[in-house]
Design a binder for this molecule. Structure first.
Ligand SMILES: NC(=O)c1ccc[n+]([C@@H]2O[C@H](COP(=O)([O-])OP(=O)(O)OC[C@H]3O[C@@H](n4cnc5c(N)ncnc54)[C@H](OP(=O)(O)O)[C@@H]3O)[C@@H](O)[C@H]2O)c1
Length: 259
């Protein structure tokens, strides 16, 4: 399917690997020039080279911590008026909620709620003027389903979701859409890091933890970043202009509810 977005410009936050990279790649394959981002320069440069070689589109690599104002400025300097914004960031570490002091709480909220809102504030007016804008926020299945040890992540992302529910309706008439993609378990460095930590905590073998997690998913497999990216690219396409304010689960059936 031609997504109808060839020649458009996107900022894809936190995209040197994992789900963000999957989104950047799928957009680049659709002919969108992309700004990609991460804090680790060698990894980011490697990803930029890979995307350029695979797709031939312009790929700009911005090394920056996107949770800081300087990082956001650097991203927007590389692409002041994106047609597409994919909000993504690292997630807070697994932790018992009693261990989170105020600084840790505020850092988590800054990362997963305040930062995406700040970026949306900065890009949305030109999108409205051009009557085309696509904003996709990578949140988590934990917005709908509690996950032990990820309470801060769940709370901050649920806050983002509620905040944007009204904003999405206020810009829909300008062909600007805002949607959230809710990943379940995708095979990325973050997922593997979680297995390693669980192995340390419980004394179980990492492979056993991985197998147990996989078996718990109705699809009996982890998702892969490429399929996540294609779902994101569809939401950014011309065909998805009537989809807005939605929370779309990509979890192989893990969320156990009819609605
Ligand atoms: N994978 C899953 O199954 C899953 C499930 C639910 C939710 N999620 C959420 O989805 C998001 C992406 O997860 P993932 O699995 O793709 O993680 P990942 O493989 O660890 O990749 C994270 C990416 O974000 C970048 N990054 C992290 N902090 C950053 C910052 N402050 N500024 C700029 N870039 C930053 C990393 O690069 P640098 O480290 O070099 O900066 C890397 O490119 C996370 O918020 C995660 O909690 C993932």
């Amino acid at each position: 399917m031609d997504l109808g977005i060839r020649g458009r410009k996107a900022i894809v936050c936190a995209s040197s690997q994992g789900l963000g990279k999957g989104c950047a790649r799928a957009l680049a394959e659709a002919g969108v020039s992309v700004v990609i981002n991460g804090r680790n320069r060698p990894l980011l440069d490697e990803t930029a080279a890979e995307l350029r070689q695979a797709t031939g589109v312009e790929v700009i690599a911005v090394v920056a911590d996107l949770s800081t104002h300087e990082g956001q400025k650097a991203l927007l300097a590389a692409c002041p008026e994106p047609d597409i914004l994919v909000n993504n960031n690292g997630g807070p570490p697994f932790r018992d909620f009693r261990e989170l002091d105020r600084q840790a709480l505020l850092a988590g909220v800054t990362m997963n709620m305040v930062t995406p809102i700040e970026l949306i504030q900065k890009v949305i007016e030109p999108m409205k003027t051009r009557q085309f804008g696509r904003i996709v926020n990578i949140t988590s299945v934990s917005v709908k389903m509690p996950l032990a040890g990820l309470d801060l992540s769940s709370g901050a992302r649920a806050g983002l979701t509620a905040f944007l529910a009204g904003v999405a309706r206020s810009v829909a008439c300008k062909n600007v859409t805002i949607n959230n993609l809710l990943p379940g378990s995708f095979d990325t460095a973050r997922l593997r890091g979680g297995f390693a930590m669980a192995a340390k905590r419980t004394g179980m073998a990492e492979s056993a933890i991985e197998q147990r997690s996989r078996e718990a998913i109705p699809a009996k497999r982890f998702g892969n970043p490429a399929e996540f990216g294609h779902a994101c690219a569809f939401l950014c396409s011309v065909h998805a202009g009537y989809i807005t304010g939605q929370n779309i689960l990509l979890d192989g059936g893990s969320y156990p509810a009819a609605f």
